[in-house]
Design a protein around this ligand. Structure first.
Ligand SMILES: *Cc1c(COP(=O)(O)O)cnc(C)c1O
Length: 386
């Protein structure tokens, strides 16, 4: 059996080596390392894939979030609501821009922002909601968009973990994650579902005016060369990274299918185990049914109940099985984001999840032997220790 890795980028590269190498070589031959045709080509291809009017490439996913929020022109004291259970980047940019982050609890089933908690957190100062499509499953955007409309709020999707996922509205319309709200953001960090070989990110929107504003912000606030109309940043996607992404984009659906297949095998093996709760999708769907494409399994995350999660984690490490605890400490309990207005009782789910979750290896190259070894190791340990 091959060595099990959390993400196996070497193996993923082997079958696409010719395309990736040729695409990178084109950039080197053209010597257009900043912006230039490769970045533009990738931008167009991603716009087509997502069916969105504007993709604005940038340097990383954290920048994408920051720039998207800057583009909306929010002001100090404006409140921005996001999930307590996410990667710190989401809340970091809100705080950095001197806006007021308001963290709310998540749903115990899909790990995404809890709609009732979101409703309770809306005040007259609320200006925006940042739903995070955690672990590859799109948040309940039907309800998020309805609330946003009702209260006149912007919606900024943190789509760093769910590129390629589809969301089906009740009326049957299907939209790609990241292009549902006013603006969407993604990361091309190497381990993400569409990863480059360094840092990268992008912003999506169907709003022409907002796209124009954001294109200036990423380029030092310039709309006309050397005329700086707003305070901007310098955030660019390297042409060499765009070359890698452009070569990989045609495989994104196949990559996401491979992840779903692996998730299905994991779920089958863990089915009905008393100490394991397997990941699940929306209430009407487990996220991995044969017709469904709403979950792209950036992470495959179990809840370990009535058993010692940390002992299991240690056992996996001893057996050479990598794993992750995403996320071990809820954001409202982080020093940087603690706020005296928060009440522990309002974060029951995140607090519990941080004690129960464990993410198993999940990538596009997992094979059956590896999955079987992992699932047997988990099940044997839990059976022997409970
Ligand atoms: C990875 C990630 C980011 C940040 O992306 P970078 O490219 O690493 O800056 C933001 N939000 C979430 C949910 C992420 O998983």
């Amino acid at each position: 059996m091959r060595k099990i890795q959390m993400v196996d980028l070497q193996r993923q590269y082997e079958p696409i080596k010719a395309e990736v190498d040729a695409s990178i070589q084109e950039v080197i031959d053209s010597a257009m390392f900043i912006n230039g045709p490769k970045v533009h080509e990738f931008q167009k291809n991603l716009e087509n894939y997502l069916n969105v009017k504007h993709v604005i490439p940038c340097a990383n996913g954290t920048d994408a979030l920051q720039i998207a929020i800057m583009g909306l022109g929010l002001e100090q004291g404006d409140e921005v609501i996001t999930a307590d259970f996410t990667f710190a980047a989401t809340v970091e940019v809100i705080a950095l821009l001197k806006l007021t982050p308001v963290l709310v609890d998540v749903d115990p089933v899909n790990f995404n922002i809890d709609i009732e908690a979101l409703k309770r957190a809306i005040t007259p100062k609320t200006k925006a909601i940042v739903p995070v499509h955690l672990f590859g499953l799109v948040a309940n955007m039907e309800d998020v968009m309805e609330l946003a409309k009702e209260h006149n709020l912007y919606v900024i999707e943190d789509n760093a973990q769910a590129i390629g996922a589809n969301y089906t509205f009740k009326d049957g319309s299907k939209v790609k994650a990241g292009v549902i709200g006013d603006v969407g953001c993604t990361s091309f960090f190497p381990s993400k579902n569409l990863g480059c070989y360094g840092d990268g990110g992008a912003i999506f929107t169907n709003n022409d005016e907002l796209a124009h504003t954001i294109r200036g912000i990423v380029n030092h606030g310039m709309y006309v060369r050397y005329h700086h109309d707003v305070v901007g940043v310098n955030s660019r996607l390297d042409a060499i990274q765009a070359a890698v992404l452009d070569a990989k984009l045609p495989n994104l659906d196949a990559y996401n299918n491979a992840r779903r297949n692996a998730a299905r095998k994991y779920n089958d093996a863990f089915k009905n185990h008393p100490n394991i709760i397997t990941p699940t999708g929306l209430s009407t769907c487990d996220g991995i049914c044969s017709t469904c494409d709403c979950h792209v399994f950036h992470q495959y995350t179990l809840k370990i109940v009535n058993a010692d999660r940390d002992a299991l984690a240690q056992h996996l490490a001893e057996k050479g099985i990598p794993h992750g605890i995403y996320y071990p400490i809820p954001l409202h309990r982080q020093k940087a984001y603690a706020d005296e207005r928060y009440n522990e009782a309002d974060f029951e789910v995140t607090n519990q999840l941080s004690d129960e979750v464990i993410s198993l290896p999940m990538h596009t190259e997992l094979d059956d032997d590896q999955i079987q070894f992992i699932t047997n190791t988990v099940i044997n340990f839990l059976n022997q220790n409970n």
